[in-house]
Design a protein around this ligand. Structure first.
Ligand code: COA
Ligand code: MG
Length: 277
């Protein structure tokens, strides 16, 4: 299932929660962590549970971001899971694989077995990304640049060079484990051009999707993570030439092509939702 756009909505705002579920986001994340001040969390848990009972089943994947294990996850689930279960749960500030397993045990105690989207946003999380991605319950590895910058003492820059190593490492860890990598959000929701550039960079790095914080970001992200006609045509040319070729090496557009390009072409068509062997 595609996770191109992953839209956050604050858990204490019932209006936004319902609105988010009706948008075109692939995943909607009802947030009980940083979008909600601690004093408002008890009420927000109820608000999220009520919104889930109104919108389940909905078209987008419905996810709830709980607080870290040992810092509210248990209390969040006790209220939220007293109603229709979400499709997935996002765990923030994951520092090691044990945190994901502990969350899965908490879910199991409520009879819920759902995918976990693990948010890697600390130095420890990035360094342990491989094990976090490989943990059984993990279904996506999400990169969080803002918290990471705070954790490592970096200053955010326009080109993001201070987080580029971590951003690439998360893709490698996710792919090695066969789960999907989802890129950090773009904070300026009034800058579609900047978002488009940032999303395209994420596509080039290998990301499957990107976090969003505002409805206006959803179409920009969906478009960036859907291969354009030119890219689809390239992929078709590669696969058609492969079908017509005698051996494993052949030439397309004047360039040598072999197995790696065939894999890339298959991934492009998969992202475009086109069935082709
Ligand atoms: N989910 C659903 N609806 C949203 C939304 C979101 N994330 N962000 C904005 N909207 C809605 C607004 O309610 C408003 O709806 P309306 O026209 O029906 O009244 C409309 O979209 C336009 O919103 P706008 O006025 O441009 O923004 P805002 O000032 O209401 O909200 C933010 C700005 C940043 C507070 C808001 O986008 C937000 O809450 N984002 C998510 C924050 C979050 O969850 N952060 C945690 C993860 S980093
Ligand atoms: Mg965070």
């Amino acid at each position: 299932m595609a996770r191109r756009s992953v839209l956050f909505s604050p858990g204490d705002d019932g209006r936004k929660l319902r609105k988010a579920a009706a948008l075109d986001a692939d995943v909607v994340v009802y947030d009980l962590e940083d979008a909600v001040v601690p004093d408002a969390r008890p009420a927000a848990r109820e608000t999220v549970r009520e919104a889930l009972s109104d919108v389940v089943p909905a078209t987008p994947e419905l996810c709830v971001r709980v607080n870290p294990v040992g810092a509210g996850a248990k209390e969040d689930l006790a209220v939220v899971l007293d109603g229709p279960a979400p499709d997935s749960v996002m765990l923030p500030k994951v520092g090691d694989a044990a945190a994901v397993r502990e969350l899965a045990s908490l879910l199991e105690a409520h009879g819920v077995d759902c995918p976990v989207l693990a948010l890697v946003e600390s130095a420890a999380g990035v360094l342990h990304a491989e094990a976090i991605a490989a943990a059984d319950p993990t279904d996506a590895l999400v990169f969080g640049a803002e918290d990471l910058a705070g954790d490592i003492g970096a200053t955010r820059t326009a080109d993001g060079r201070e987080v580029s190593h971590a951003r690439q490492h998360v893709v490698l860890a996710a792919r090695a484990a066969g789960v999907s990598p989802v890129d950090t959000h773009y904070p300026d929701f009034n800058d579609p051009d900047g978002l488009r550039t940032d999303a395209r960079a994420a596509v080039e790095l290998g990301y499957d999707g990107k976090l969003a914080i505002h409805p206006a970001q959803v179409p920009v992200i969906n478009e960036a993570f859907t291969p354009d006609a030119e890219r689809v045509a390239w992929a078709r040319r590669i696969l058609n030439a492969r079908d017509a070729a005698d051996g494993g090496v052949f030439v397309v557009d004047g360039e040598m092509v072999d197995a790696p390009q065939v894999t890339q072409a298959r991934r492009v068509l998969e992202r475009a939702g086109i069935d082709r062997d």
